[in-house]
Ligand binder design. Structure first.
Ligand code: ADP
Ligand code: MG
Length: 356
């Protein structure tokens, strides 16, 4: 069974211990007590002025940080805190995987208003703990502060990689194949569904049962995403190193434009190659949205987008869950989505791509 339940709107914890009744040090202790350490490189975790990390000779350190603000990056009317903690951690692991590295240590800093109880923060940290266990990452520190309003979370993740393994956005070459993992737009459709049910809820009196039937997959993609550790391990096992890689947090179009800019190349992808799940298709239809727009611009999928030399096609085909959606072109040829009838739409970071 899933350790998560689908969200109920709204979600409150039952008993309530005021944060002020506990004090900062007791709170930190309570939140961080059940985090096992996995790595020898974690010489010292939570509890001193700083953590001590020592990677073996030959490894370089990757570092990524994310800031998540209530009302900007998440909405607690439909995001259970446990899911939020899980997603915050997984999002930062995804950034390390997108460099072809392995996440090892994590810090989590929180600013919390008096609206939150100790039990709420325990939920947040339960999600964080589950993510750390699943991906084998050590929580090694953080900071805790009161905030005037709302919740803010800052996550920093450290990862390790051999220097020759690290994959940047900048290595794509003309004729390389463009690949994406999994499918696109599902997390965005999950978000649209939650937003719709929230609007319905706002107009209801009394008991409200949100209608999530047959939308479990897109909700899970929005509320409990996974990072593609499996793909990074499979690529390594095949001896396949991408020339460029990025994770899809802002949507395919935007990420491809990053690869284009950093690599100094053009992009050509094919509309009928975009991998889209059936639930995403159905939700887009229900909301009268273009599935291509959803796949091109929907964020937070945490899939990997990467390029590999054409000569690696056979090895690439050995791997599951990877879709070839197009190829890299010379920079002068620009960045285009080609429709089945041959129309070429220029890629844009947001909104529907323009026809030339
Ligand atoms: P300092 O005053 O040096 O910032 P703190 O009392 O804030 O120390 O933190 C004590 C220890 O608890 C440190 O190891 C710190 O990294 C850790 N810590 C503080 N807040 C959190 C948190 N929200 N999550 C995880 N670890 C935390
Ligand atoms: Mg501190």
């Amino acid at each position: 069974a899933s350790p998560f339940m689908l969200p109920r709107i709204p979600s409150f914890t039952m008993s309530r211990t005021e944060i002020s009744s506990l004090g900062e040090f007791a709170l930190i202790k309570r939140l961080t007590k059940d985090f096992p350490l996995h790595h020898e490189s974690t010489r010292l975790g939570v509890g001193d002025d700083a953590a001590v990390i020592a990677y073996p000779e030959g490894l370089q350190t990757l570092l990524t940080t994310d800031l998540l603000l209530e009302g900007i990056h998440f909405d607690l009317t439909y995001t259970p805190l446990r899911h939020l903690g899980y997603k915050a951690a997984v999002g930062s692991f995804s950034d390390i995987y997108a460099m072809n590295g392995h996440p090892q240590q994590l810090t989590c800093s929180i600013g919390v208003s008096a609206r939150f109880a100790v039990e709420d923060l325990e939920e947040l940290y339960a999600g964080l703990r589950l993510a750390c266990e699943r991906y084998g990452v050590d929580l090694v520190g953080g900071d805790t502060s009161a905030s005037l309003t709302g919740l803010c979370i800052s996550i920093t993740c450290l990862g390790a990689a051999r220097p020759e393994e690290i994959v940047r956005r900048s290595g794509a070459k003309p004729t390389d194949l463009i690949c994406v993992t999994g499918n696109l737009g599902a997390a965005y459709m999950g978000l649209q569904l939650l937003e719709r049910e929230k609007r319905v809820f706002a107009g209801e009196q009394g008991d409200f049962e949100p209608d999530f039937a047959e939308h479990e997959y897109i909700l899970e993609r929005q509320l409990r995403p996974e990072a593609r550790q499996d793909i990074i391990l499979a690529l390594a096992q095949q001896g396949l190193r991408p020339t460029a890689m990025i994770d899809s947090s802002d949507g395919l179009a935007s990420e491809l434009l990053h690869i284009s800019k950093e690599s100094g190349v053009g992009i050509r992808i094919y509309e009928d190659r975009l991998p889209i799940d059936i639930e995403t298709l159905r939700m887009a239809e229900e909301l009268k949205m273009s599935t291509t727009t959803v796949a091109m611009n929907g964020g937070e999928d945490f899939e990997l987008i990467f390029t590999v030399p054409l000569a690696e096609l056979d090895r690439l085909k050995e791997l599951e869950g990877i879709h070839i959606i197009g190829h890299v072109t010379p920079e002068t040829q620009g960045c285009y989505l080609v429709t089945p009838d041959g129309a070429e739409l220029r890629l844009r970071a947001q909104g529907w791509p323009e026809e030339e």
